[in-house]
Design a protein around this ligand. Structure first.
Ligand code: NAD
Ligand code: WQD
Length: 339
C-alpha cells in the first residue's frame, strides 16, 4: 500500500515507518517538526535502505495537505500528528483542541475530497479514564478524561466514528496505545523529548546518563502490590508492528474497529526501575514524591482482540524495553543533536 504518515518524524511514527517499509509498503511523511527532528527520517531511511518523501507541512494547512494529496495517491493514512503532553494540555487547552481536533478535521476533509477514506488513528488508553474493569477490554466504557489532551483523543474517536457511520466508504481503525517505551534495537531511532521528560522511561534514561540527579516516584501509597502506579508498558517496535497488522482490518473493509495495543502485563514504577538497573547495570537513584495530579493506580490491557482479529501480539518483554531504551539514550545522549 501507499501510505500517508502524519507525524512520521516523531517517536512512534519513525518506528512505524521502519516496520511499514520493511513489510513492503511505501510511505510519505507529513510533519511540521514542532516536536521532532528531520534527522529521524535520515536514520529511518538508513535502516530501510530507501528514500521516504517528506513534506514539512502542518496538518492545519489545507493547501499544503492538498498539494501532498494530489502529488501522491494514498491507499491509507496513519495519523500520528498531534500534541501529546498531558500537563501542558491543562495549561494550554485551546492550543491542544485547535491543533489536535482542528488539524484532524482538516486532514479528514482533505482525505475524503481526494478519495482516501482509510484511516488508522493513534488513540490512547487514556480514553478509558479510571477504568471500570481491569484488564481493560475494548468494550470497557470510556471514562472521564482529566485533561484536555485525553479529551482530544476521546472526541476525535467520536468524530471519526460518526463520519464512518454517515459514510460507510470509510474504514477507521482506532488504536488505543497503552504505554509505549523503548527504542529500535539498532539504537538509531528513539524517543527525543524536549526539556524535562513527562513520562517515566525517558526520565529514567536521563537519570542513567547523568542528565538528571534522581527520579521522582509519584506516590507509593496506591492500592498496588508495592504502592507505586502500575502500567502496561509496550515496546515501541511491537506497537509499530501493530500498525502494519491494523492494515489488515482496512483490507477487509472493517468499517470502524477499535483495538487495544498493549502487552496485557502490568508493571509498577519500582519494577521498571529495578529491571532497568539489573538489565543495564546502571544505578537509578530515586525519591518518593507526592502523587501526580490526574494519575490512576492501575492500567493494563486485555490485548486478545488484536491477536484474534489482526494476528498481532507483543513479542518483547520489559527487559528488552529497558535494554533498548538505554541503548538509544547511551548512544545518543543529545537525541538527534539538533535541539
Ligand atoms: P511525538 O510528539 O513524538 O510525535 C508526534 C508528531 O506530530 C511530532 O513529530 C510533531 O512534530 C507532529 N505534529 C504535531 N502537531 C502537528 C501538526 N499540527 N501538523 C503536523 N505535524 C504535527 O509523539 P508520539 O509519542 O510519537 O505520539 C504519536 C501519536 O500517538 C500522538 O497522536 C500521540 O498523542 C499518540 N499517543 C502517544 C502515546 C505515548 O505515550 N507516546 C500514547 C498514546 C497515544
Ligand atoms: C507512568 C507511571 C507515573 C514519571 C501518559 C499519558 C497517556 C499516554 C502515555 C499519550 C505513572 C509514574 C512517571 C516520573 C513517576 N500518553 N512516573 N515519575 O501517566 O501512564 O500515561 O503517557 O497518550 O495519555 O497520561 O505514563 O510514563 O507519565 O507514567 O513516578 O517522573 O510512572 O506516576 O505511575 P502515564 P507516564
Amino acid at each position: 500500500m501507499n501510505i500517508l504518515v502524519t507525524g512520521g518524524t516523531g517517536y512512534i511514527g519513525s518506528h512505524t515507518l521502519v516496520e511499514l517499509n520493511q513489510a513492503g509498503h511505501d510511505t510519505v511523511v507529513v510533519d511540521n517538526l514542532s516536536n521532532s527532528s528531520r534527522r529521524s527520517l535520515d536514520r529511518v531511511e538508513e535502516l530501510v535502505g530507501k528514500r521516504i518523501p517528506f513534506y514539512e507541512v502542518d496538518i492545519r494547512d489545507r493547501q499544503g495537505l492538498e498539494r501532498v494529496m494530489t502529488q501522491h495517491r494514498f491507499d491509507a493514512c496513519i495519523h500520528f500528528a498531534g500534541l501529546k503532553a498531558v500537563g501542558e494540555s491543562v495549561e494550554k487547552p485551546w492550543e491542544y483542541y485547535e491543533n489536535n481536533i482542528g488539524g484532524t478535521l482538516v486532514l479528514l476533509d482533505v482525505m475524503r475530497r481526494n478519495g482516501c477514506k482509510n484511516l488508522i488513528f493513534s488513540s490512547s488508553a487514556t480514553v478509558y479514564g479510571d477504568p471500570a474493569v481491569i484488564p481493560i477490554t475494548e468494550t470497557c466504557p470510556k471514562g472521564h478524561c482529566t485533561n484536555p489532551y485525553g479529551q482530544t483523543k476521546s472526541m476525535l474517536e467520536e468524530i471519526m466514528m460518526d463520519m464512518q457511520k454517515a459514510d460507510p466508504e470509510w474504514n477507521v481503525v482506532l488504536l488505543r496505545y497503552f504505554n509505549p517505551i523503548g527504542a529500535h534495537p539498532s539504537g538509531r531511532i528513539g524517543e527525543n523529548p524536549n526539556g524535562i521528560p513527562n513520562n517515566l522511561m525517558p526520565y529514567v534514561t536521563q537519570v542513567a546518563v547523568g542528565k538528571r540527579p534522581e527520579l521522582g516516584v509519584f506516590g507509593d501509597d496506591y492500592d498496588t502490590p508495592d504502592g507505586t502506579g502500575v502500567r502496561d508498558y509496550i515496546h515501541v517496535v511491537d506497537l509499530a508492528k501493530g500498525h502494519v497488522a491494523a492494515l489488515k482490518a482496512i483490507e477487509r473493509r472493517c468499517g470502524c474497529a477499535i483495538y487495544n495495543l498493549g502487552t496485557g502485563q502490568g508493571y509498577s514504577v519500582l519494577q521498571v526501575v529495578k529491571t532497568f538497573e539489573r538489565v543495564n547495570q546502571v544505578p537509578i537513584p530515586y525519591r518518593i514524591k507526592p502523587r501526580r495530579a490526574g494519575d490512576i493506580a492501575t492500567c493494563y490491557s486485555d490485548p486478545a482482540k488484536a491477536e484474534r482479529e489482526l494476528g498481532w501480539k507483543a513479542q518483547y518483554g520489559l527487559e528488552e524495553m529497558c535494554r533498548d531504551a538505554w541503548n538509544w539514550q547511551r548512544n545518543n545522549p543529545e537525541g538527534y543533536g539538533d535541539r
